[in-house]
Each structure stands twice: as C-alpha cells, then as structure tokens.
Design a protein around this ligand. Structure first.
Ligand code: NAP
Length: 303
C-alpha cells in the first residue's frame, strides 16, 4: 500500500511527486509515456517558467522527471484503465496490475479539442494536425493555417512561421486570448497573416488538404484559401473519463476542486489541467501538485 499514487507525469504530477518524496511519502507515479512533461512535450519553447527562460518543452519535462526520480520516487510506464475512488483505500488498475494507496492525486491532463468543421476528421493526418512541433516539418516551404487564439495557437503560428512560407492565423474573434508577449511576436512576424473575426467552415482537398473555406463574420462573406495544412489549436478537453460518476465534474468535464485540489471524494485530489480553474499554465499546474501534497500531509499528520 502506497501513501500516495499520482496519475500523470506532466508538471502537476511531477511537482506532486517532488513534494511527496520530500515529505517522505511512499509514492508511486504512473505515467503511460516513457518520458515526463505531458502537454509541454508539444511546446518548442516555454518562456514563462521562472528561472529557466526559453527552455524547450521536452527539456523542461525531462528536468521535472529527473528531479522527481532523483528524490527516489517509484515510476511505472503503465496505462491506467480503472480507478476506484471510494473508501479509505484507493485502487488503481493499470494494463499490468493493481495498486493501492491511502491517497490519490489525479493529474492526467487534457487532450486537444476538435474544431468541429467538415473535413477535419477526413483529413486528420493528411494535412490536419493538432501538434505543430510534431508535424510542422512536413510543411516546410508550404502554406498552412492555424485555427485558434490562445497561447497554443500563437505558439504554433510562431513555430510554423520558421518552416512554412506562409501561415494564416485564423481566429473567430477580433482579440486573442493568448499571452501579450506572444501576440506581439505574432503581429511582428512577416510570415504570419492574421485573419480575425473569421471561422473555418470547411476543410477541403483530395488525398491531402488543398484549401479551406473561411467565413469572415464582419464582411459576411465566404472565401477560399489555398493551404497545404491546417493546425487546430482551439483548446483542450480534460482526460476525466476514469473519474465519471466518482467525483464531481463540471459540465465541461473538468474536476471540481479548490486550491487545495480536494475533490468531492475524500483522499482523491485533482491537480493541473484536469482541475476546473481560471488559469492553466505550467507554473499553476506545478502549484496544484504542491498544494495537493501539502493537504495530504496535513491530513496524514492529524490521522
Ligand atoms: P485556450 O486558451 O482555451 O484557447 C482556445 C482558443 O481557441 C481560443 O482563442 C478560442 O476562442 C478558440 N476556440 C475554441 N473553440 C473554438 C472553435 N470551435 N472554433 C474556433 N475557435 C475556437 O486553449 P489553448 O491555447 O489550447 O491553451 C490551453 C491552456 O494551456 C490555456 O489555459 C493556456 O493558457 C495554457 N497554456 C499555457 C502555456 C504556458 O504556461 N507556457 C503554454 C500553452 C498553453 P475564444 O478566444 O473566442 O474563446
């Protein structure tokens, strides 16, 4: 029986692992990928984590994992298929075995939200991508569109502008929600054309994406743009299926939990992007991991 099982090896899970190890808790970290980092593995650069400006996402994930492992936590690369949250003993079933713990920190993160435009599914992997750093190199010298107005869309546009001849950044409103520093770089980049107040109505092609139909909301007109690829960065959906019916989830699927990360089920914590909260950053995910462990420690000391 472990003191705590942490599910997910992104910034929240690895921060929790570091704090749990330092609190001398017998800790198991379950992350299905062999490397740590979660979503930051898809970031070319993380420029707002204190003390390490401009660090690569992969490198930062490795640093987090090395730090946790250096403190002696046990980590397994297994896929969690079932969680039993009820009762004093929490059970986690993976594709290999079953584990038990006194407390559980769920930090499984989130995946890509779909745009919902016709052609998106048909051309997935044939010009439609959700990961600029993974697939950008295939579009060297070509023209692509990025959909979205958050941090990820801005980062993707900047990354793609280095390899592509032209990047249309298509956003449904007239203002971006991503960080101001990224907005400035996007606006100054000659390879990026901003297409604001515009939605992608359809993604078209033959064996590959060839063009998109966009609707300019202000002008109330539809236009065809010739593109070789479409990168979709319209937000995230939390991986909370395993918690359905066990802890309280918000309507959009995020776990309802306060700053101490306690869920509606005693001894079960939600940390990082899975938690319903206002600001999702590497630094706030890491803070969640620390807060969850601090709360568990307090309860263990009392009990
Ligand atoms: P996000 O911040 O939720 O932004 C999603 C964007 O997509 C928004 O601009 C939204 O438009 C647009 N959108 C949503 N649904 C759409 C649809 N159906 N059609 C067209 N546009 C749509 O998501 P994200 O950029 O993926 O970032 C996810 C989280 O990770 C955010 O909290 C972000 O701050 C965080 N993040 C942090 C870092 C870091 O710490 N360095 C790096 C990357 C991301 P509206 O603006 O109109 O809603």
């Amino acid at each position: 029986m472990f003191d705590v099982i942490i599910i997910g090896g992104g910034p929240a899970g690895l921060s929790a692992a570091i704090y749990a190890a330092r609190a001398c808790m017998d800790t198991l970290l379950i992350e299905k990928q062999p490397v740590g980092g979660g979503q930051i593995l898809n970031s070319t650069e993380v420029d707002n984590y204190p003390g390490i400006p401009g660090v690569g996402g992969f490198e930062l994930g490795q640093k987090f994992m090395d730090h946790a492992k250096g403190l002696g936590i046990r980590q397994v690369s297994e896929e969690v298929i079932e969680i039993k949250c009820r009762g004093d003993v929490k059970k986690v079933v993976t594709d290999k075995q079953e584990y038990e713990a006194k407390a559980l920190i769920y930090a499984a993160g989130a995946g890509h939200k779909k745009l919902g435009a016709p052609g998106e599914e048909k051309f997935a992997g044939m010009g439609v991508s959700y990961c600029a750093t993974c697939d950008g190199a295939f579009f060297r010298g070509k023209t692509v569109a990025v959909a979205g107005g958050g941090d990820v869309a801005l980062e993707d546009a900047l990354f793609l502008a280095k390899v592509c001849s032209k990047v249309y950044l298509i956003h449904r409103r007239d203002a971006f929600r991503g960080a101001k520093a990224l907005q400035k770089r996007v606006k100054e980049n000659e390879n990026i054309e901003l297409v604001m107040d515009t939605v992608i109505e359809e993604i078209c092609g033959d064996s590959q994406v060839r063009e998109i139909l966009v609707y300019h909301k202000k002008e109330e007109k539809t236009e065809k743009l010739a593109v070789d690829g479409v990168f979709i960065a319209v937000g995230i959906v939390p991986y909370t299926d395993l918690l359905q019916g066990q802890v309280k989830l918000a309507d959009d699927g995020f776990v309802v939990a306060g700053e101490n990360c306690r869920t509606s089920e005693e001894g079960v914590y939600a940390a990082g992007d899975v938690r319903a909260k206002a600001f999702r950053q590497v630094v706030t995910a890491a803070a969640d991991g620390a807060n969850a462990v601090a709360d568990i420690e307090k309860i263990m000391e009392k009990g």
